[in-house]
Write a protein that binds this ligand. Structure first.
Ligand code: TYM
Length: 335
């Protein structure tokens, strides 16, 4: 990233409690990026409707995501922290982009196929065009960098395809957005049960949430799958053991990691001790975020202020982009 003016955009769905995957895949980078770039960070409430049409808990969930973002270090004065549905221009751009998105590519999207499998009775058009709405979120601010976890890679590739088609047909309005992790591979935080990734709604006992109590964190970590340990030196780690080490690399200090790595190599490792260390390091990491978020969440007035300040900044950029878009598309008839 070399230009001072680079624009950064990302979003999180308010479909449940935020977890360690959201933190290390996304929010950690938001916090770093807000120092030097023009940042737009959003709660994707419209995307949530594709899988969670019942809106009874939506307000509470939106408030929690905003509070947890701030507790993790987002400064609403520096970044625009806002709610997707507050920016009506998103829906307009989504409509235009839908004309440039093909049924075949949308049907092939991994997240669409996964969600269609999970909710066979509600395979709605919003679910199908989910990546189009995500592209609209990003390019509405003409963003170049999109800090996200590994699971969003395909959506970013689709965003670039929509941009290329738009620019080709109507003129160069948008930069091609790229997934961003400071030059490193995108992050995938594994779940505690050795299968898949941490996630907001699946396998809740294998996911560490930023709102989990100290006791629950300890319980979840101690339940992580292990085995009798390696039988010979330099045995490759099975996935579920590698996952525990991977989680440790996120929160534990290098000496502790080295100690357990060596113990593994020498076949002297005690998995009970490894998990106890990880559990305590997780508690140390998560509990200050949880406590801070709780306080912020109870201050509704402050949350409202943050969201309206964020929406104002986001709207300004959205309005400017949409003027260019309508003009480029030949939708301005008065001149
Ligand atoms: P969502 O809400 O599923 O996740 C929010 C962010 O957390 C990252 N993430 C992970 N990273 C590493 N390991 C994990 N186990 C893990 N789980 C989640 C995600 O990659 C993401 O960065 N479609 C998006 C929301 C969205 C968006 C956008 C993102 C809407 N508009 C525009 C970027 C730009 C989503 O469902 O994220």
């Amino acid at each position: 990233m070399n230009s001072e003016k680079a624009i950064v955009m990302s979003g999180i769905r308010p479909t449940g409690y935020l977890h360690l995957g959201n933190y290390f895949g996304a929010m950690r980078n938001y916090v770093k990026l807000q120092e030097s770039y023009t940042c737009y960070f959003m709660v994707a409430d419209l995307h949530a409707l594709t899988t969670h049409p019942d809106t009874k808990e939506l307000k509470e969930n939106v408030h929690r995501v905003i509070a947890e973002n701030i507790a993790c270090g987002i400064d609403p004065e520096k970044a625009a922290l806002y709610c997707q549905s507050h920016i009506r221009e998103t829906s307009e751009l989504y409509l235009y982009l839908n004309m440039l998105a093909y049924l075949g590519e949308l049907e092939k999207t991994t997240t669409f196929k996964d969600k269609a499998r999970l909710q066979p009775d509600n395979i709605n058009a919003g679910l199908l065009t989910y990546p189009v709405l995500q592209a609209a979120d990003i390019i509405l601010h003409r963003a170049t960098w999109v800090p996200v976890g590994k699971d969003q890679e395909q959506h970013l590739e689709m965003s670039r395809n929509f941009v290329k088609r738009f620019n080709h047909r109507y003129g160069e309005i948008f930069p091609e957005p790229m997934a961003y992790n400071f030059g490193e591979d995108l992050v995938k935080v594994p779940s505690l049960d050795g299968t898949g990734k941490m996630s907001k709604s699946e396998n809740q006992l294998a996911t560490l949430y930023l709102a989990d109590s100290d006791e629950l964190i300890r319980k979840k970590v101690m339940k992580a799958k292990t085995d009798a340990g390696p039988a010979a030196p330099d045995t490759p780690k099975p996935d579920y053991i590698e996952n525990i080490f991977q989680l440790m690399r996120l929160v534990s200090n290098p000496e502790a990691i080295r100690f357990f790595e060596e113990a593994y190599q020498q076949c002297t490792i005690r998995y009970g001790d490894l998990k106890k260390q990880l559990a305590e390091d997780m508690v140390t990491f998560i509990s200050p975020i949880r406590e801070k978020a709780e306080n912020i969440r109870n201050d509704k007035k402050y949350l409202d202020e943050v969201m309206s300040m964020g929406a104002e900044k986001a709207r300004k950029s959205a309005v400017a982009t949409m003027e260019l878009v309508r003009e480029a598309m030949g939708l301005v008839y008065s001149k």
